[in-house]
Design a binder for this molecule. Structure first.
Ligand SMILES: C[S@@+](CC[C@H](N)C(=O)[O-])C[C@H]1O[C@@H](n2cnc3c(N)ncnc32)[C@H](O)[C@@H]1O
Length: 370
């Protein structure tokens, strides 16, 4: 059960909109092109709205057509209908949509006409997320296999056809079963030597990073995630990424702590405990049981604590950042490293992450010798 909105957009000579006779003709000529999909349309209303623009509304037995005519010549029309089956498309984009575009271009002599695939409105399971630069992404979701509001966040695992199960925290995609390139990107795999190393993971509740690191024979890995609900959900529904490492929280060469990574880092600093690698694998907006202030200040604080937990000279702080298109956010990330008292040598890599449908950036900050 879902509403469907099919956007139909084209541009005409502005005179066709400002001139009342031509405007009427434009609407009259447009209707027969759209009616094969909607059925016979009756006019409900046509009126002028501020800015010298016009809106028109039509309806058939089962569909509505709303049209906005802009004084600059843009026409944006939307066909809306409801179906019992979410994926039932009454206007197939590849055939009907393309044919309608050609007819609009021929009829109105316009160079631009675009019919987009139907946008699903309020289906039982939301298929839409966004890329890091706010582009709309539609996932081929089958359903939701896990959903719980934990003490800290909304934890969901979606089943998708293309990417397997997908962990979603507070409505943001975190990791899908097909996202091994994400985990390997975060590890800077094949460019780092984890064998015999002491490693700290901040967050990482999907278990993927821990599982992949354990394959590299580290001396010991400590993982601290605040949310046991995430770990329990992932160990059941994301087994292909976390293997068996979260079946027991105490392993031969690792331990998983349920707690606030920030509080633990403060304790490590007091004790003088340092690691060869510290991984920042927290949510993009890390959870804070205490007031945290502005996000970038908070991220800088976490980074500062993380850097103090890294061994000087050789130790590294590794973290994920954001999509490669977000140049200003990446610059902000780099400024947070530069703002630290601890000097680092910073490198950046990027890897295509299947479920994010974009290249994602990862930082490696090597702590300079004291
Ligand atoms: C699932 S991992 C993966 C991050 C991911 N790759 C992404 O897209 O952001 C993020 C984890 O950080 C954990 N987390 C957030 N804030 C935390 C904190 N203060 N201490 C420990 N873990 C935290 C969340 O519970 C979550 O499990």
């Amino acid at each position: 059960m879902a509403g469907h909105s099919v956007p139909v957009d084209f541009r005409v000579n502005p005179a066709k909109i400002s001139n009342p006779v031509e405007r009427k003709t434009l609407l009259q000529d447009m209707l027969p092109l759209i009616e094969p999909f909607t059925g016979s349309l009756s006019e409900i209303s046509v009126c002028e709205v501020p800015g010298g623009n016009f809106v028109a509304l039509y309806a058939s037995d089962t569909m509505t057509l709303s049209v906005k005519l802009y004084s600059n010549g843009l026409v944006t029309a939307t066909v809306e209908y409801y179906t019992d089956q979410v994926n039932e498309h009454k206007i197939a984009n590849d055939t009907h949509g393309r044919a309608l575009e050609k007819q609009l271009m021929a009829k109105f002599g316009c160079s631009v006409a675009k019919v987009l695939p139907a946008i699903k409105r309020a289906p039982p399971v939301n298929p839409y997320f966004t890329s890091s630069d706010d582009r709309l992404l539609e996932y081929d979701v089958d359903g939701i296999v896990f959903e719980e509001q934990s003490e800290f966040q909304k934890v969901q695992i979606y089943s998708t056809k293309s990417f397997g199960n997908l962990l979603v925290l507070d409505d943001l995609q975190n990791l899908a079963e097909k996202d091994l390139p994400y985990t390997h990107g975060l590890m800077n795999k094949d460019n780092e030597d984890f064998a015999g190393k002491e490693i700290l993971i901040l967050g990482g509740g999907d278990g993927a990073l821990l599982w992949e690191l354990l394959k590299e024979k580290p001396k010991f890995v400590t993982m601290i995630d605040i949310d046991d609900v995430v770990m329990k959900a992932c160990r059941k529904h994301m087994k292909s990424v976390c293997g068996t490492c979260m079946d027991n929280y105490d392993g031969e060469n690792y331990k998983i702590i349920v707690g606030d990574a920030i509080a633990y880092m403060k304790d490590y600093i007091k004790e003088g405990k340092q690691f060869d690698y510290v991984f920042g694998d927290l949510t993009d907006v890390p959870i804070s049981p205490t007031p945290r202030g502005q996000l970038w200040d908070f991220l800088r604080t976490i980074l500062g604590l993380g850097m103090q937990c890294v061994k000087p000279g050789t130790g590294k702080y590794m973290t994920h950042a954001i999509g490669i298109q977000c140049a200003s956010a990446l610059k902000m990330f780099e400024e947070q490293f530069e703002a630290q008292d601890i000097p680092v040598t910073l490198t950046r890599t990027s890897h295509y992450v299947p479920s994010f449908m974009e290249f994602w950036c990862f930082y490696q900050a090597t702590r300079k010798a004291a």
